[in-house]
Design a binder for this molecule. Structure first.
Ligand SMILES: [Zn+2]
Length: 232
């Protein structure tokens, strides 16, 4: 489990590693089982026993949902927002970019799942807009979790033209442009939305071997990224 604290020391982003195992097996529906090994690690990070980890259903959309009670069902979305310290929004990934957003002043936080489809559809911008409009978030910070690096991500064909036209040619590598740089896309979007990126995980999901990688053959295994505030 790796931890990336936000600037106020209260907000925290955590994400699992390959050594933490496939997180899918530790879920019961959209929530992490309270007695799982994963949850024990999360309790030690959050220092709170009353939390539940709620996962976005993830369908490569741009949809965002607020989560205000522990018990509500999560609709088909790729980003979850909350300001309840008893809720930890999360996403599961293996190459796509997981992003944690946090507004220190208002204590609002969000977990976002962004593959190329979500980036094209605007899932990050939608999550930021929801935090600002529905939760009155002002200054926003972001942690960008582990994802596939540009060197490992060859991206050609029709979809690459879509990505190029929506996100710009600078989201591809300079050497011929056949590799998609997901981080460059995310960085550009966060910059446009005036969100301060305070940490980026630089270890690639594929070439570092530290996480799970769909393109590296981990077709079912996933890591989790979650966000919340630590207990008193
Ligand atoms: Zn790589």
């Amino acid at each position: 489990m790796r931890i990336a604290p936000f600037s106020d020391g209260r907000g925290v982003c955590f994400y699992s590693e390959r050594t933490d195992g496939d997180v899918r097996a530790q879920f019961l529906g959209s929530k992490v089982r309270s007695n799982s090994d994963l949850m024990k690690k999360i309790y030690s990070v959050i220092i709170r026993k009353d939390v539940v980890v709620v996962k976005a259903s993830q369908c490569h959309s741009s949809a965002v949902a607020p989560v205000s009670t522990k018990w509500e069902l999560v609709p088909e979305v790729d980003a979850l927002v909350s300001k309840d310290p008893a809720i930890l929004p999360s996403v599961m990934v293996a190459d796509c970019v997981p992003i944690a957003l946090y507004a220190p002043k208002e204590g609002v936080f969000a977990a976002v799942h962004a593959g190329w489809r979500g980036l094209v559809k605007g899932v990050i911008s939608n999550a930021v807009d929801t935090m600002r409009s529905d939760y009155h978030a002002t200054d926003l910070e972001a942690v960008v979790g582990p994802h596939i690096c540009a060197r490992c991500y060859e991206f050609v064909g029709e979809s690459s033209e879509t990505v190029r036209s929506v996100l710009g040619a600078d989201c591809f590598t300079k050497d011929g442009g056949s590799h998609l740089d997901l981080f460059a896309c995310v960085e550009k979007i966060l910059d446009t939305k005036a969100v301060e990126m305070i940490f980026e995980e630089k270890d690639c999901t594929l070439c570092s071997g530290d996480f799970f990688s769909y393109r590296g053959g981990d077709t079912t295994e996933r890591i989790i990224l979650g966000v919340g505030v630590v207990g008193e």
